[in-house]
Design a binder for this molecule. Structure first.
Ligand code: ADP
Ligand code: MG
Length: 349
């Protein structure tokens, strides 16, 4: 390799490569769009997929809409209406903050947006190229809100695209789990996801009705039987951490055979909490040795006591006093479960 010239890769290629790190898969793509709708104050979010999302993804909301002066800025990298300096990250209450999602989606697929604010009589349909530049603009009818469409996600990264299509059913499964996470925690938010395959009909796959409580959302998403097997938790874990949500009762047949359907949130933001999941599974095992609990748990914490800017997909959280919190959580849960302390045996089932 000696003597080979070191030179920069062209900008478009760099952008494409980096975008693939922000939008990792189908689930992150849709999650970013749903979060944008929530940040825009939407109470109704409709997700429409074609061929499990491989062909087409569309997220339509009744949020604030986008003002004409932002039509071009919104697909540019690091352009965001949500924070303007680093200090804002400390008191973050929105899902988005990096201004990367739309610019990345443009680099990875065919993006178009239809949007209208309350100040306009018509909506505008905008088509963007892979660099995020508007290529066409036309007026059309639509209620206030925004529809973002992404066709042929990952088609600009040929190798990834091939893998994506090959694993589409698995990608789709992960997407449904993530959508369930948002559906369960969204009080007063109607979330509907449907899929259409080939020339077949459209099937609704996740749905909530704008219920006022998480419990009602559990009933809508997982059914009355599952919801009936869950117990409300409401714990002041430490002075600054409060936990609320639902967890399977320790009774026989109330848990699940696999450690799935475990949903964790920090201030309503769905996140992965592998350590907390492990703790709950272990604790639950001492009351019901054969099953795992189903969990929907929201940690209410001061915004300055955790960091969600750890991984590009924002699923990982860094809690400042995690070990303390874990000890306190174990104690609190022990107390909740101990009146029922009883190890279920196989023949109880
Ligand atoms: P971020 O969410 O980090 O700001 P995005 O690339 O996801 O970055 O979005 C860029 C900007 O586009 C947002 O800050 C917001 O102003 C606007 N936007 C995106 N989606 C919507 C939507 N559904 N409704 C209203 N505004 C939106
Ligand atoms: Mg966003």
């Amino acid at each position: 390799m000696a003597g080979k010239e070191i030179k920069p890769i062209d900008k478009a290629a760099v952008h494409r490569i980096c975008s693939g790190q922000v939008v990792l898969d189908l689930a992150t793509a849709v999650k970013e769009l749903v979060e944008n709708s929530l940040d825009a104050g939407a109470t109704s979010i409709e997700i429409r997929l074609k061929d499990y999302g491989a062909e087409f993804i569309e997220v339509a909301d009744n949020g604030s809409g986008i003002s004409p002066e932002n039509y071009q800025g919104l697909t540019l990298k690091y352009y965001t209406s949500k924070i303007s300096d680093f200090a804002d990250l400390q008191s973050l209450s929105s899902f988005g903050f990096r201004g990367e999602a739309l610019s990345s989606l443009c680099a990875l697929g065919n993006v178009s947006i239809i949007t209208r604010t309350k100040d306009e009589a018509f909506a505008t349909r905008l088509v963007y190229d892979h660099a995020g530049v508007i290529t066409s603009e036309e007026k059309m009818a639509r209620a206030v809100g925004t529809t973002v469409s992404v066709g042929k996600l990952f088609s600009t990264l040929p190798v990834r695209h091939k893998e994506f299509n090959r694993n589409i059913r698995r990608e789709y499964g992960r997407l449904l789990t993530i959508l369930q996470a948002y559906a369960l925690i969204g009080k007063g938010i109607k979330l509907v996801c449907s899929n259409q395959t080939g020339r077949g009909g459209r099937t609704t796959v996740v749905q909530t009705q704008g219920n006022a409580s998480v419990k009602d959302n559990i009933v809508t998403v997982f059914g009355t039987k599952t919801a009936g097997c869950m117990e409300w938790l409401d714990l002041a874990v430490t002075e600054s951490c409060y936990v609320e949500g639902f967890i399977s009762k320790p009774g026989a047949g109330c848990g699940r055979a696999a450690g799935d359907r475990q949903f964790f949130y920090v201030n309503g933001r769905p996140v992965d909490m592998p350590k907390v999941a492990k703790l709950l599974n272990e604790l639950y095992k001492s009351f019901n040795s054969l099953q795992y609990p189903m969990v929907v748990l929201n940690f209410i914490l001061p915004t300055a006591s955790y960091d969600v800017n750890v991984t590009p997909d924002k699923r990982k959280v860094f809690l400042h006093s995690e070990s303390e919190l874990m000890v306190a959580l174990r104690d609190a849960l022990e107390k909740v479960y101990s009146p029922n302390k009883y190890i279920y045996a196989v023949n109880d089932f």
